[in-house]
Design a protein around this ligand. Structure first.
Ligand SMILES: Cc1ncc(COP(=O)(O)O)c(C=O)c1O
Length: 318
């Protein structure tokens, strides 16, 4: 049974509508592209954040956890959402952050601190150990949530979003970090539908094993899933000018904001695959907007710097 506080929080969420993405080249291919707007659920606990945290938090509350501890990068959407929900629930939170404490905290870290999250900075090698082994020692009452909220109860929350899709479709697309969201969707998707995860990381072939391991813990009937590794743009949180150009155009045409780490890369990939004729005429595709728009704040400056570099190199060559 869902804890009353979580029930109330869920009731306050916005509606994740299905919205058609229209563009002449999509129509010409005889394809329909729709977006499931999980970014509209909440400005902070948006997209897959609420989906993944819902039953993890329910479990934490049911075992009377005294503190939630997790890990992530300095712009982590997961930690940002966890800090906020912990604050709303009156449950202390702490996090291990990859890398050194920056001289000036970025806006995501400032938010986390303001919501009372204790931040511990760890070296990249210690972070890797935490990722592989989890916390070496716990205080009584600590509830450990691995990177990206990747625990089995997260799958159930993600799977629930499928019950909200009231149109027929052939292919579901989702961005992947830890691929927990992909696993949750595969676990509940009928085997007549295909699902494609788009990896945000470079060299993320290991995700197939990770998903399989997560699926081994739950009932699953769908074998028609894959992880596309071709649209990482150089690696996690790396971008290229053509990705930013794509996002700028998309935002202008569709009036839907995208961030460049997950949903932006996935949509670039979907557009590219449609152009290449990967999907069959008559197919209806649904792309999941996994939110995380707070992470966009870190990109404006980086984006501008990259674009400047790009323009300079063009000027120098001419
Ligand atoms: C906005 C956003 N989209 C997608 C993902 C990837 O989700 P997962 O780690 O479940 O693959 C994340 C990370 O949690 C995210 O923050």
């Amino acid at each position: 049974m869902l804890n009353q506080q979580l029930f109330d929080f869920e009731k306050s969420l916005g509606q994740s509508v299905l919205q058609q993405i229209e563009a002449p080249f999509i129509k010409e291919k005889g394809i329909e592209l729709w977006m499931k707007r999980d970014d509209l659920l909440h400005p902070i606990v948006s997209g897959n954040k609420w989906r993944k945290l819902k039953y993890v938090l329910n479990d934490a509350l049911s075992v009377e956890a005294q503190r939630l501890i997790s890990m992530g990068g300095a712009y982590s959407n997961h930690l940002h959402a966890l800090a906020y929900v912990g604050h709303c629930l009156g449950l202390p939170t702490a996090a291990y952050i990859r890398g050194e404490c920056p001289k000036h905290l970025n806006p995501s870290l400032v938010d986390m601190q303001q919501w009372g999250m204790r931040l511990h900075y760890v070296t990249r090698s210690d972070y890797q150990l935490l990722r592989q082994q989890g916390l070496a020692s716990y205080q009584q009452g600590d509830y450990w949530i691995p990177e990206g909220g990747s625990l089995t109860p997260a799958l159930q929350g993600v799977a629930e979003l499928l019950t909200e899709i009231d149109i027929d479709y052939d292919v579901l697309c989702v961005p992947c970090g830890t691929a927990t969201t992909l696993a949750g969707l595969v676990s509940a998707l009928p085997d007549t539908k295909k699902i494609i995860g788009f990896a945000a990381l470079k060299g993320a072939g290991f995700l197939v094993d990770d998903v399989q391991k997560m699926l081994n813990k739950v009932a699953c009937h769908n074998n028609d899933w894959l992880v596309n590794l071709n649209y990482h743009f150089g690696g996690f949180a790396k971008t290229k000018p053509e990705l930013h150009d794509f996002i700028d155009d998309f935002e202008q045409q569709q009036q839907i904001l995208l961030e460049p780490i997950y949903t932006g890369k996935m949509l670039y990939g979907i557009y590219d695959l449609i152009k290449q004729g990967y999907f069959q005429a008559g197919q209806r595709i649904i792309a999941l907007h996994t939110g995380g728009l707070q992470g966009k704040r870190g990109f404006t400056a980086k984006h501008n710097k990259e674009m400047k570099k790009y323009d300079h190199s063009r000027i120098n060559r001419s």
